[in-house]
Write a protein that binds this ligand. Structure first.
Ligand SMILES: Nc1nc2c(ncn2[C@@H]2O[C@H](COP(=O)(O)OP(=O)(O)OP(=O)(O)O)[C@@H](O)[C@H]2O)c(=O)[nH]1
Length: 400
């Protein structure tokens, strides 16, 4: 987010320092921006995304490559006043719009008719726009415009303003989550493309650099996604068992392991349904993430593991008690009892709120590492202590 807020400033600075910077880059990484290198890079990134079954990145590739191709061919000859106007006032908005759409859930999956159409539109619209003979732009506007360089004739002020607005809108949409969970990458992609776009009006070279940056970002994004798939639990968004085992190998002699289990979870699932049960697990994941002094993992099912890399039992108890009370006091809103069984029940239920507040509790067993104790033995002992906590009435912590 800070990147997007700072975007108009970056554009302005880049505009100021573009010439020496472009010369410097040209001298050192000029080879990176040769057309053949770019084509190969696009093909490699697209193949990588395909092999990893992460097809949605193809949309970003399509948008970036389409934009690059269209602008480069447009800038190869002096711009017509109309193309300049479109480039300056319409293109940035459409790029931002594509970014919002791509980062939203309305985006279809690629290998469907809708997905193929999306990809085709993303690749071709910049070219179609810049080559369209549009009559709707008033002639006096067109007459008033000179040809190149557009940025000098109209001034960068308008562009910065439209960028700032685009940024603000992206940010607002992201905040209010109208389009649900957009990717953080989206901001970066839009940002880089817009910066490349602005500078391209004066230095076509920057367009290629922007494309290289986007391609490298896709590779980075793919790597992060792969790591997440391997190490992050999908439901709770905290590290999973694979990450736990890998981190446990690094635990020192003075450490502790806690097993945490949701109390009467079976009953909870049976009463409110599996989806509400999932909501509870998510809540616990988020509360654990906020906890201090330990690293948290989803062990599996309704069990979580917490790792401490010290053995100060007072501090451990304090941290675990803080988490336990935090979870126990969290009011979870769930749908009130399902459909009434009879008319009479239905009438009695009418007028009452559709949701009600319920609470869940957790029990914890914490094993302080003993001399020469293996990681597996520690987990086993923490499990036994957890069982003791359940026996002791649940909603409590047992440390040994
Ligand atoms: N909703 C949901 N339920 C799960 C998930 N994983 C495991 N469960 C349920 O968790 C419940 C675990 O129940 P039990 O192990 O019998 O224990 P409990 O009911 O929590 O009782 P105590 O542990 O003795 O307090 C089972 O009903 C599982 O179906 C999950 O990912 N989502």
């Amino acid at each position: 987010m800070p990147f997007l807020i700072a975007l108009p400033l970056i554009v302005w600075l880049a505009h100021l320092f573009a010439t020496p910077f472009a010369q410097l880059l040209h001298a050192h990484v000029g080879w990176l921006t040769q057309a053949t290198v770019l084509y190969v890079l696009i093909a490699v990134v697209a193949t990588l995304a395909g092999l990893m079954r992460q097809w949605s990145w193809w949309y970003w590739l399509g948008l970036s490559s389409g934009l690059w191709f269209a602008l480069e061919s447009a800038l190869a000859a002096p711009l017509s006043a109309q193309s300049g106007w479109l480039l300056q006032h319409v293109l940035p908005w459409l790029v931002a719009l594509c970014g919002w759409l791509l980062s939203s859930r309305v985006r279809p999956s690629l290998w469907t008719p809708a997905g193929i159409i999306w990809l085709a539109v993303l690749i071709t619209w910049p070219w179609l726009l810049l080559n369209a003979q549009l009559d709707f732009i008033p002639q006096n506007v067109v007459d008033g415009l000179q040809t190149t360089p557009v940025i000098d004739t109209i001034g960068s002020g308008w562009l910065a303003l439209s960028l700032a607005l685009a940024v603000l809108l992206t940010w607002t949409i992201r905040r209010i989550k109208v389009l649900s969970q957009p990717r953080q990458w989206a901001e970066l992609f839009i940002g880089i493309q817009l910066v490349g776009l602005v500078l391209a009006l004066q230095y076509p070279f920057s367009l290629r650099l922007a494309l290289v940056a986007v391609l490298l970002l896709v590779v980075f994004g793919l790597a992060v996604q792969m790591l997440n798939l391997a190490y992050i639990d999908e439901l709770t968004q905290i590290p999973g068992r694979r990450a736990l085992y890998s981190d446990m190998r690094k635990l020192g002699r003075r450490s502790a392991v806690t097993m945490l289990d949701v109390d009467h979870f079976k009953k909870f699932n049976d009463t409110y349904g599996h989806d509400v049960g999932d909501q509870v697990l998510k809540l616990i994941g988020s509360q654990l993430k906020k906890g201090r002094g330990f690293k948290c993992y989803r062990y599996g099912g309704e069990e979580f593991t917490l790792l401490f890399n010290h053995q100060d039992s007072d501090r451990i108890e304090q941290d675990l008690e803080a988490v336990r009370t935090q979870i126990a006091n969290y009011p979870l809103r769930v749908r009130a009892k399902q459909r009434p069984k009879s008319h009479k029940q239905g009438r009695a239920q009418r007028g009452k709120p559709a949701t009600k507040s319920v609470r869940v509790t957790v029990s914890m067993g914490c094993a302080l590492r003993q001399p020469k104790e293996s990681e597996q033995a520690m987990i086993k002992r923490a499990d036994t202590l957890l069982y003791k906590a359940k026996k002791a009435g649940r909603n409590c912590v047992v440390i040994s």
